[in-house]
Design a protein around this ligand. Structure first.
Ligand code: PHE
Length: 453
């Protein structure tokens, strides 16, 4: 046994297991569906630049903060805030985290369900069953949306039932390497196709005139969403982490894996869009802007795969949507783990009962969304773009001014013996107390101001 903590809540068996699980949480629909979509809506390469900056300036320090709060308290977000201070206010922030987890997962499984639908769409199309293909690809069909979301939810609950090392860690150990291999093979193929290079250009040459304050919020929301921050997923995952591990180091790996895969996903999808255009697929809307929203992935890409034709088209199409489902699954389990661990810890419910109960509640909300998918955009704005940075903002205040940086330092010092001499702590401390809350506060404040006044 590699860990010294109490085993009753479970813990990770190995450092690699933890890194894969946390990277699995981070890498998801956020990287392959949400990132290219938000990027295309917000000026392409200019967005990439701001997003990358925010990942390092705000995301990484907040990730270290979440992991240390989780590991110190060995609790879910509500229990963690309760355990580390006697403030009455911060446990409410913990509840906000749990609520964000529940709501985000309820629309996340709908989009994840589409990835299953489109996997079959590719197979049906290839088999010549065009009617079936069209039916399964109809994202306006409420019953179908609900059905695939329920299937996806069942997989998620199934893994969570297995617990931390037997369920989550075992699943991500196979799924994550598979995901990376599939992604790289697909990029290698796409980059050599006609038209692809225009996509690379559009992706990598920034148009700075596109930068405005809407981009800032979108980029910050995306940074939090993609790194799984601001709703306690990494407080919870950190609560199963061994005291031997160096938190700034493992957080560094997770951050790099996440931004690396987002970058690669862009490198697959932007060229793919231009390739599709080259083949006559409509990729620009009537107003001349790139087709964005959910349509970007779920309209343009399937057509591209169809146009490839033959077995190649089938293999690419089916593999792409399979890849997307895997990425979504390893993230969905972390979203479900937050409310599940909350009722296991705080209400002494057994894991099995907890996972099924929470899974059922979320499924009910999903079914409602399944019939009106326009809710996804609204919920995503409230709970991701605003909700997650808000959670991160509160966490910075908590560390900086309630739990206190000195206590955080003691926790980080476990697994980081040279912390007293190292530059990391003083720099991180300035980021958590000033840079991150001020930046998040300014961007959020500006958005809320524009919304209400
Ligand atoms: N990071 C995940 C993704 O990119 C989504 C997620 C958000 C997971 C918040 C957990 C917590 O798809």
């Amino acid at each position: 046994m590699a860990t010294t903590q109490s085993t009753s809540r479970g813990n990770w068996n190995s450092k690699l297991g933890f890194i894969l699980a946390a990277a699995g949480s981070a890498v998801g629909l956020g990287n392959i569906w949400r990132y290219p979509t938000v990027m295309a809506e917000n000026g392409g390469a200019a967005f990439l630049l701001i997003y990358a900056l925010l990942v390092f300036i705000v995301g990484y320090p907040v990730m270290v903060a979440e992991l240390s709060v989780g590991r110190k308290s060995e609790r879910n977000p509500v229990g963690a805030f309760r355990a580390l201070s006697n403030s009455k206010f911060f446990p409410i922030v913990g509840f906000w985290c749990v609520l964000c987890g529940i709501v985000i997962l309820s629309y996340y499984v709908i989009v994840a369900g589409w990835t299953i639908g489109y996997f079959f769409e590719q197979i049906f199309h290839y088999s010549g069953w065009t009617e079936m293909a069209a039916w399964v690809a109809n994202t306006d069909n409420g019953w179908l949306n609900a059905g695939v979301a329920i299937i996806f939810m069942a997989f998620t609950v199934g893994i969570i039932l297995g617990g931390v090392s037997e369920g989550i860690e075992r699943a991500v150990k196979y799924l994550m390497p598979l995901l990376i291999v599939i992604l790289i093979v697909m990029i290698a193929y796409v980059l050599f196709q006609p038209g692809a290079i225009d996509g690379v250009r559009a992706y990598l040459l920034p148009d700075f005139s596109a930068i405005n304050s809407d981009i800032l919020l979108a980029a910050m929301g995306q940074a939090f969403f993609s790194l799984s921050l601001g709703m306690g997923a990494l407080i919870t995952y950190g609560s199963y982490l061994s005291k031997k591990e160096n938190i700034p180091e493992v957080a560094g790996y997770v951050t790099l894996a996440d931004i690396g895969i987002a970058f690669l996903a862009g490198l697959l999808i932007m060229p793919a869009i231009f390739m599709a255009q080259n083949q006559g697929v409509q990729v620009f809307g009537d107003d001349g802007s790139l087709i964005a929203g959910a349509a970007l992935i779920f309209q343009v890409l399937p057509e591209l795969f169809h146009n490839m034709g033959g077995v190649i088209g089938l293999v690419f199409g089916a593999t792409f949507f399979f890849l997307l489902s895997i990425a979504a699954l390893t993230s969905a389990i972390s979203l479900l783990e937050v409310p599940t661990s909350y009722i296991i810890d705080e209400h002494k419910v057994r894991r099995k009962t907890a996972a099924i109960l929470i899974g059922a509640i979320i499924t009910v909300i999903s079914v409602v969304i399944a019939f009106d998918t326009s809710l996804i955009g609204t919920l995503d704005f409230i709970f991701s773009d605003v909700g997650l940075p808000l959670g991160g903002f509160m966490l910075c205040l908590f560390l900086g001014y309630f739990w206190k940086m000195e206590n955080a330092k003691l926790e980080l010092g476990q697994g980081f013996a040279s912390i007293d001499e190292h530059w990391f702590f003083p720099v991180w401390s300035v980021f958590i107390r000033f840079v991150c809350p001020i930046l998040i506060g300014l961007i959020l404040g500006r958005t809320l101001w524009a919304l209400f006044f």
